[in-house]
Design a binder for this molecule. Structure first.
Ligand code: ADP
Ligand code: MG
Length: 691
């Protein structure tokens, strides 16, 4: 462990490498670009590229790549060697500023949702100097944004950077009203990552895991997670070795992996990093997921990042911890010590509450996928209804403000936010309300709806843009105020009154909540295709336009891509189900019932009446018949998929998924009735309780 400081960040061209290797002036210019998001002077790009190449070559790198995040898939890279030919047939290692700044991957097969006609295959990538370059597999990876030649964005990073810019601009306006001397505000993010590890041998025998990332069949094992003996339990030696190696790989890449522990379900684990700026956190989380998969391989394990690999067992999510921080290091969601800081805190808190209430649908959309639909609304993850939890103390304060009452515990006069101090607000480390989708935990919000396999860019684009938009409205109003303090009080009271319907401290899993939420007028968008339709609602389109984050065409393309991804995912799952039924499950059930039937016949020949086995054969035959019928219904359902995208999405949800579930229930029942040695795939017990 003593090696950690020496190892940390060794594969990153970060601040210390830059300072060490760049001429002072160049270093200063680059630093300015990084801190203020200003354009990089092309003249210094050559110098930076040269230094970066020398550093990378010393570390054994032979190639470089523009590393980017297309709209689907984890990350994309196209490797080029540093080689440059010389006249005499020899080569030198070269890398120019032009190559650093701009790349042109032939990207015709990345999804663009119609933004880029297929004949116009070209898009280009541009360096994002705010996220450091790093070495992975002997390749210098340069974090980049990806755009079409018309300037439309084709990736997840560009809108994230735009949303960060928008948030900074509006938050700085507000802070200036409080007399704060700041020039930049950055959203900070710490994503906690859940995942499953299973044995590779079992995985290789399951076509569903290989093709869809989740089990499409599988009866509950005699023991599931009911004993709660896995959560924070001691870690299996093989998994421990995996975690140690994963940490080491992450540290080398400058990822602040901090805690690793077992989760609720058997075979489930979690990694939490220390928070950093939203775009670096996003890049790091993308790398983390890739490393998890690769390191697992080396240990004979497979890392499952799917949201719901096992029915009846908790699925995996990602908790997006989010706050805002100034260039002076002040956390804007930290209540602070002086009354004026308290007032500022209340204003930012109010902005987040208003943003989540006004843009509930966008937050729901940012976590919508076929995989995550299995989690949201099931009794384990927050429900599909977006609501917020602020803890008892803040709830009481908010009540006092909105009711105009004079007194609450710990605070002499609460009404006037600007002039009285708030009581200390405890940092909530105990997760008192685990069912809340969006919980305040003392100095940050924790958004718990994201699925484990998600790129967190989209989630943070929504949060940043929505909060920026509310802050813009607040700043517009308060900049006109004659008496700042009284206008501030008025604004906070009015906004909390309007938006407090989004606050809910009760049990989000209860049956009463959806009814209560409906009364409050909150969105309940239970499935991906239903949620996605709201992407292009006028309020959302206008908000993104105001904040300069997405144009209408860009939103539309994202809506189409996500809908298509959803429909394709379900379609592939349905085909895989059919394949497993036809080639594995139905034949196994038939041969087992045949075996029993032969036994009955043989026994009859020697005068023994095998009535029990006979009954078993009868039941099996009946149930196999039902399964074959359900199989045929599923086959027919996918024959009739509509052509229009939105209709297809809804059809998959309403027709195909229930057909798959019907077949699955029958198959899982047969699994209980058929001998283990003839069952064609490893069972849940085999997969989850490996050693
Ligand atoms: P909890 O026990 O409430 O989950 P932790 O202290 O373990 O809280 O933090 C959980 C995650 O939240 C970690 O990834 C941590 O780095 C992150 N986090 C802490 N403070 C902030 C902040 N100001 N902004 C964003 N993320 C934060
Ligand atoms: Mg947490």
């Amino acid at each position: 462990m003593s090696k950690v400081p020496e190892m940390f960040g060794t594969m990153v061209f970060g601040d210390s490498a830059m300072r060490e290797r760049l001429p002072k002036e160049v270093y200063k210019a680059l630093r300015h670009t990084i801190q203020n998001g200003t354009a990089l002077n092309p003249q210094i790009a050559d110098v930076v590229a040269g230094a970066m190449k020398d550093w990378a070559v010393e570390k054994g790198a032979t190639h470089f790549t523009h590393w980017f995040q297309p709209m689907t898939g984890i990350t994309a890279e196209k490797h080029d060697a540093f080689l440059s030919p010389l006249h005499d047939g020899k080569v030198i290692m070269e890398f120019s500023g032009k190559e650093l700044i701009k790349g042109e991957p032939d990207a015709s097969s990345f999804p663009s949702g119609g933004l880029r006609a297929t004949f116009e295959a070209r898009g280009y990538t541009t360096w994002d100097p705010t996220s450091y370059a790093f070495i992975k597999d002997d390749t210098l990876c340069i974090p980049t944004a990806f755009c079409s030649y018309n300037g439309e964005i084709l990736d997840k990073k560009t809108p994230l950077l735009r949303s960060m810019e928008a948030l900074s601009k509006q938050a700085v306006r507000v802070l200036h009203l409080f007399g704060k001397d700041v020039t930049r505000v950055t959203p900070t993010v710490g994503p906690e990552q859940e995942y499953f590890l299973i044995d590779k041998e079992g995985y290789k025998q399951r076509p569903d895991l290989i093709l869809t990332g989740r089990t499409l069949f599988g009866a509950m094992p005699p023991k599931g997670q009911e004993m709660n003996d896995h959560y924070f339990g001691s870690i299996r030696p093989r998994v421990k070795a995996f975690m140690a190696e994963l940490d080491e790989e992450m540290w080398k890449l400058g990822i602040y992996s901090k805690t690793e522990h077992n989760e609720v379900a058997p075979g489930q684990h979690e990694m939490a990093p220390i928070f950093t700026t939203a775009n670096i956190a996003t890049d790091h989380n993308q790398i983390t997921m890739e490393l998890m998969r690769r390191v697992a391989e080396r240990h004979g394990l497979v890392c499952l990042l799917h949201e719901k690999p096992f029915e009846g067992v908790n699925g995996s999510g990602k908790h997006n911890n989010w706050s805002m921080s100034t260039d002076r290091g002040e956390n804007l969601l930290d209540p602070g010590k002086t009354p004026m800081d308290n007032a500022q805190f209340m204003l930012f808190l109010t902005a987040v509450i208003a943003a989540v209430d006004d843009y509930q649908d966008l937050l729901r959309i940012s976590v919508a996928s076929a995989g995550n639909d299995h989690r949201l609304g099931a009794n384990e993850a927050p429900p599909a209804i977006v609501s917020m939890y602020v803890g008892d103390e803040l709830e009481a304060i908010i009540d006092a403000i909105t009711n105009g009452t004079d007194y609450i515990q710990g605070m002499q006069r609460s009404m006037d936010i600007g002039v009285r101090a708030l009581p200390p607000i405890p940092q909530d480390n105990s997760d008192r309300n685990r069912t809340s989708p969006f919980a305040f935990t003392g100095n940050k919000f924790e958004f718990r709806m994201p699925g484990s396999s998600f790129n967190i860019a989209c989630i943070n684009i929504m949060i940043n843009s929505a909060v920026a938009d509310i802050l813009m409205r607040f700043a517009d109003e308060l900049e006109q105020a004659i008496d700042f303090e009284s206008s501030l009080n008025q604004l906070i009271r009015r906004e909390l009154n309007t938006h407090k319907r989004i606050l809910f401290n009760g049990n989000g899993y209860s049956e009463a909540w959806p009814q209560e939420a409906e009364k409050r007028g909150l969105h309940n968008l239970p499935s991906t295709p239903v949620a996605l339709l709201h992407y292009t609602d006028p309020e959302n389109v206008q908000m993104f336009a105001r904040q300069g984050v997405f144009s209408l065409t860009e939103i539309k393309s994202r809506q189409d891509i996500t809908m298509e991804e959803y429909a394709k995912t379900i379609h592939i799952e349905a085909l895989t189900s059919l394949d497993m039924l036809d080639k594995m499950i139905i034949p196994a059930c038939i041969s087992y019932s045949n075996e029993l039937a032969s036994g009955v016949a043989v026994k009859a020949q020697i005068g023994i009446e095998a009535s029990t086995e006979k009954e078993m054969v009868k039941v099996l035959t009946e149930r196999i018949g039902l399964l074959v019928q359900a199989r045929d219904e599923l086959a027919e359902a996918i024959q009739n998929e509509p052509d229009t995208l939105n209709e297809r999405g809804l059809y998959e949800h309403e027709i195909v998924i229930p057909a798959m579930e019907k077949a699955r229930t029958l198959a899982d029942d047969l699994e209980h009735r058929v001998a283990k040695n003839v069952w064609p795939v490893p069972t849940y017990a085999d997969l989850l309780f490996y050693v």
